[in-house]
Design a protein. Structure first.
Length: 115
């Protein structure tokens, strides 16, 4: 079964969070490979985790938390999703993510192939 999730974030919202708390205090970044402190990159990470939760059908909550996945880059700088939760390996056969940002927004789409 193929599932798709999408999310969009206003980058300014993330900039305000960074100003208020600092990058190191943003809970949704707990397990991510921080390849940038740019607000648009961080907004893309946030949007990707939200899009993943939507594709999974759970949202963020008891069944899925921000720390269950990490957004990393491969050797060609393509974003990828790394599973930090063993249960995700049992549920998901394939996973792909795309992130873009422009005009003050970051958007992400996630496609999951469930087992």
């Amino acid at each position: 079964m193929i599932k798709i999730g999408i999310d969009i974030v206003v980058i300014n919202r993330i900039e305000k969070m960074i100003s208020k708390f600092g990058v190191e205090k943003l809970k949704f970044l707990n397990n991510d490979e921080r390849y940038s402190n740019k607000s648009e990159t961080i907004a893309g990470i946030y949007a990707s985790k939200e899009a993943f939760s939507k594709a999974l059908g759970t949202g963020i909550g008891n069944d899925f938390s921000f720390s269950d996945i990490s957004i990393i880059k491969n050797n060609k700088n393509k974003p990828q999703i790394k599973f930090n939760s063993p249960i995700l390996f049992e549920k998901i056969e394939e996973c792909d993510v795309s992130i873009s940002h422009d005009g003050g927004f970051a958007i992400s789409a996630v496609i999951l192939k469930l087992k």
